[in-house]
Design a protein around this ligand. Structure first.
Ligand code: KIV
Ligand code: ZN
Length: 425
């Protein structure tokens, strides 16, 4: 019977058990900030262009400027602010963002069309560091069906658009749309020609998200080895997520010589989305052996993820890597016990490092006593082993009746237990 149990004081050290354990056994693999010894990967954020192509996510001007300011603070190197010729709203947004942002390069998209390039240049006229992003489809399927053209004509148009953009800005990025499905030999010819025409960055988009990581990596390697003037430009990875491979493909690209990644906050974008910024940045941070890093201030990742999600009305899936609501939540008893003893048992990222609220122990019917005690202690209740046994039985009854046991349920449990003790006394 419950009434035979008495409360006993729990020593303070038990509260600190987890922390002490950590101090005794520091974990070497979480070492961070290797940028000085690493090569820099440029982060090109296209949340406001490819990301805004997500159905239902239209932003107004103030919202776009607000996001651009946060991207700058985050440490993004290049902000693709829009596609100026596509609408007066996009034109104005690129112009206003160019005025508002001081350090990041501002980029405007255009097709390989003179008017597009002129309008992009016009929209970028206040940018401290303007970049025109121009290009054309290079896969046979794009050339034959979309552009109704030939490989030779497309090569000429590619060179022509870069030369024309160079009349307005120094920094010109060329994209070979559907490069993922473009024949490597032909792609190499196009890339060599556009670099000769002045392209500073060459973007190799996997527009349809078709490639496998080794295929995409091999494509970048092929360009590194077969384009004689490749050292005069930066290769950029731009991956879509149709097969859920965008992050893996982008990492494969940088392992094979690409030095810029095009990505979006929360991975938003056309269809299944683009490479997610927070994922590629944290892959590099968590794997210092890659010797590749970015200038991103990772502590701002969760706040900006929430902001973009709210403004674009695009909820983040709870199990999303790095920024999802469950990214640091532990539900099973075995995991909870491990994490309470040593966080690194089940977490490779320190939640503080990405601006997340912290490790979360979710109390369910699968939780064990260690998790219950841990949470009760955080709420100010201490129980000895015997008391805990009793309260745990009661906890399981509550847990079986609902998905998650919340703090208010625990306060009720504590009250219930107090009542039992009083009756016994
Ligand atoms: O996916 C793609 O190919 C693009 C280009 C316009 C850069 O977004
Ligand atoms: Zn794209």
């Amino acid at each position: 019977m419950l009434i035979y149990y008495r409360r006993k004081a729990i020593k303070y050290w038990q509260l600190l058990e987890g922390i002490e354990y950590l101090q005794k056994y520091p974990i070497p693999f979480v070492e961070q900030k290797q940028i000085n010894m690493s090569e820099q990967i440029y982060i090109f954020d296209t949340t406001l262009r490819d990301g805004e192509q997500t159905p239902g996510s239209k932003l107004n001007m103030e919202e776009k400027i607000e996001i651009a300011r946060h991207l700058e603070q985050l440490g993004v190197d290049i902000i693709e602010a829009g596609f100026p010729v596509s609408s007066p709203g996009d034109f104005e947004a690129v112009m206003e963002i160019s005025k508002a942002v001081k350090t990041s390069t501002i980029c405007g998209l255009s097709r390989a069309v003179k008017n597009d390039i002129e309008v992009a240049a016009q929209a970028l006229k206040y940018a401290k560091r303007p970049r025109i992003h121009t290009g054309i489809g290079t896969s046979d399927i794009h050339i034959q069906y979309k552009l109704r053209s030939t490989r030779e004509e497309i090569l000429e148009r590619a060179v022509g658009c870069v030369k024309y953009a160079k009349k307005f800005v120094e920094d010109v990025e060329f994209y070979a749309e559907d490069a993922g499905r473009t024949d490597n030999e032909y792609l190499a010819r196009v890339i060599e020609a556009v670099i000769k025409a002045g392209a500073t960055v060459v973007n190799i988009p996997d527009t349809t998200g078709y490639c496998l990581p080794d295929m995409y990596g091999a494509k970048i390697k092929y360009l590194m080895e077969n384009v004689p003037n490749i050292h005069k430009a930066i290769i950029s990875a731009h991956c879509h997520n149709d097969l859920g491979l965008a992050t893996a493909n982008s990492i494969s690209a940088i392992q094979n010589g690409a030095r810029q990644i095009e990505c979006t906050i929360n991975g938003i974008g056309e269809r299944a989305g683009n490479t997610s910024l927070e994922e590629v940045v944290m892959v590099m941070r968590q794997h210092p052996n890659l010797k590749l890093d970015t200038h991103i201030n990772t502590r701002l990742l969760c706040p900006i993820s929430k902001m973009v999600s709210d403004l674009m009305h695009m909820p983040v899936q709870p199990n999303k890597a790095v920024v999802g609501a469950n990214a640091f939540a532990h539900s099973s008893g075995i995991h909870q016990d491990g994490v309470i003893k040593c966080r690194e048992s089940y977490e490779i990222i320190d939640p503080a490092e990405v601006g997340a609220d912290g490790t979360m122990i979710v109390l369910t019917a699968r939780s064990g006593r260690a998790a219950l005690l841990h949470r009760m202690q955080r709420l100010g209740y201490d129980y000895c082993k015997d008391d805990l046994k009793v309260i745990y039985e009661q906890f399981l009854k509550v847990a079986d009746s609902k998905k998650e046991v919340e703090d208010n349920d625990l306060h009720e449990l504590a009250k219930f237990f107090e009542g039992q003790v009083r009756v016994a006394a």
